[in-house]
Ligand binder design. Structure first.
Ligand SMILES: NC(=O)c1ccc[n+]([C@@H]2O[C@H](COP(=O)([O-])OP(=O)(O)OC[C@H]3O[C@@H](n4cnc5c(N)ncnc54)[C@H](O)[C@@H]3O)[C@@H](O)[C@H]2O)c1
Length: 455
């Protein structure tokens, strides 16, 4: 895609108004205070009208499934009727949390057979997502499936097919995609705020045991309280192992490592913001440096991704890093870098930094300087802080609420969601291929448009 930087700059300045334009051309309005920034509040404008009730069931009532359900129940008109989990303790918790009259079971098909269930949240470990999603849609249920949509690169097309055949609403759970922050970043990129995109990056720094997946194991964990046979019924059969059940992220049969757990969120946001279908080339480096606790996945991982040029965006590179032994901690969520600036993007905030160099031969800037009353544009300037913070208004309910709201709104209006099966697969695929690259010690090639592995 060819982009005219001059046009994009004008577009940006026009769109974001005179105050921003003044900053961009280097008037000294803000020059005295290096810390002054412009704050523009992000606002959700679409109103929500509660219509008919949606009856919901939760399958996989652990940490995230429970959190998703809590958020779903804050959307007006949503009622929880049933919960499925393979561990007694989770079912008992569900009744404590949501009422003794909630139907509970260890058999997810009993949930799917219920006529009073309109939609399900799937909060199981990754390796159950595909099968339960497909079964649920064929049973006539709308599905909110946690990320990553699938556990293996070959599993995506069947979910897409089930969604197309059944016409059910299917949404993957990378909440950032529905957030004000992601929306604003998309708008800013389109308006030319950072010029031509050439690079993106994200990283996670963690170090605490729970942060790095050493979750506490309940004292009563046993085959009396856990349905282990069902748990491993779609993967390698093994004797009961409480770590493989409660710390499933560390094992490749059940989880998808750092890529499927964390990188996938950034692929979802990046693809939403740029309109991209995904990278063409994927390569990983990393290793197990510290957490020698039997885990099968690395604790330091770097992923590098080549995005080719197409109608939606120019060619650019993406670098993702995850370090589970980071003594400093501190995480950058997602940064997009272009020829004229960069944006740091979270779900409720975008910090835009623009290049503060005023090019004296740039007629556009010279004209703006003249308009700003500058009679000697050749003279060096006091430059303003070129940082603009877009922040969500106080009371913003957040990306998780917006994502749930989008799901239920699509159900009620027979509408569409952004993060459907095709989008979800395009976000999951580069994450899964990054794992493949790490384990096979080779670059992976992907056709993001056709959603096919090359080579
Ligand atoms: N969107 C997000 O921000 C986010 C955050 C955390 C986790 N997740 C995703 O949510 C999913 C769950 O992660 P978690 O941290 O909640 O894990 P968890 O271990 O806390 O919960 C998983 C639950 O699923 C149950 N389970 C396992 N197999 C089952 C089956 N076949 N049928 C019914 N129940 C089953 C387990 O008993 C457990 O209670 C994962 O796919 C993860 O990637 C998403």
């Amino acid at each position: 895609m060819k982009e005219n930087p001059e046009a994009s700059r004008r577009n940006f300045l026009k769109k974001f108004g005179a105050a921003t334009a003044a900053v961009a051309v280097g008037t000294n309005v803000f020059a005295r205070d290096k810390h002054s920034g412009l704050f523009t509040y992000l606002k959700r404008t679409d109103a929500f009208g509660p219509n008919d009730k949606v009856n919901l069931a939760l399958i996989g009532a652990g940490g995230q499934g429970s959190e998703d359900t809590r958020v779903a129940l804050t959307v007006p008109g949503v009622k929880l009727v049933a919960v499925c989990d393979l561990y007694d303790g989770r079912l008992a918790d569900a009744k404590t949390r949501w009422g003794a009259d909630i139907f509970t079971t260890k058999v997810y098909k009993e949930i799917l057979n219920r006529k009073d269930v309109d939609a399900v949240i799937i909060g199981t470990p990754d390796f159950w997502h595909q099968q339960i999603s497909i079964d649920a849609m064929h049973a006539g249920k709308h599905v909110y499936c946690e990320k990553p949509m699938v556990h293996g690169i070959t599993e995506g097309p069947a979910v897409i097919k089930a969604q197309q055949e059944t016409g059910k609403i299917f949404q993957v759970g990378s909440q950032g995609v529905s957030s004000l922050g992601n929306e604003k970043a998309k708008e800013l990129l389109k308006s030319g705020a950072i010029g031509q995109l050439n690079y993106a990056e994200g990283f996670w720094a963690r170090r605490g045991p729970v942060e790095v997946w050493q979750y506490p194991i309940p004292a009563d964990a046993s085959t009396q309280t856990v349905d282990w046979e069902t748990y491993v019924s779609n993967t390698h059969k093994r004797p009961f192992d409480e770590k493989r059940f409660f710390r499933w992220r560390n094992y490749t049969d059940y989880g998808t490592g750092m890529c499927g757990d964390l990188f996938v969120h950034l692929f979802s946001s990046l693809h939403f913001i740029t309109g991209s279908y995904g990278p063409e080339k994927i390569y990983a480096a990393g290793g197990l440096r510290f957490w020698h606790d039997g885990r099968e996945v690395p604790d330091v991982l770097l992923g590098t991704f080549d995005y080719g040029q197409n109608d939606a965006h120019p060619a650019f590179n993406l670098s993702l890093r995850c370090n589970f032994v980071d003594g400093t901690s501190g995480t950058t969520y997602l940064r997009l870098v272009g020829s004229e600036g960069a944006m740091d993007i979270t779900w409720d905030k975008v910090v835009l930094k623009r290049n503060s160099t005023v090019e004296s031969e740039d007629p556009f800037y010279l004209e703006k300087l003249k308009q700003a009353g500058d009679t000697n544009p050749g003279r060096k300037k006091m430059l303003p802080p070129e940082e603009i913070t877009f922040e969500a208004e106080k009371g913003y309910l957040g990306g998780p609420y917006d994502h749930m709201n989008n799901f239920f709104t699509a159900i009620r209006n027979n509408g569409k969601v952004t993060e459907d099966a095709v989008f979800g697969y395009r976000a999951a695929a580069p994450a899964l291929l990054c794992n493949d690259s790490y384990f096979q010690n080779a670059p992976m090639h992907w056709n993001p448009e056709k959603m096919e592995k090359k080579g």
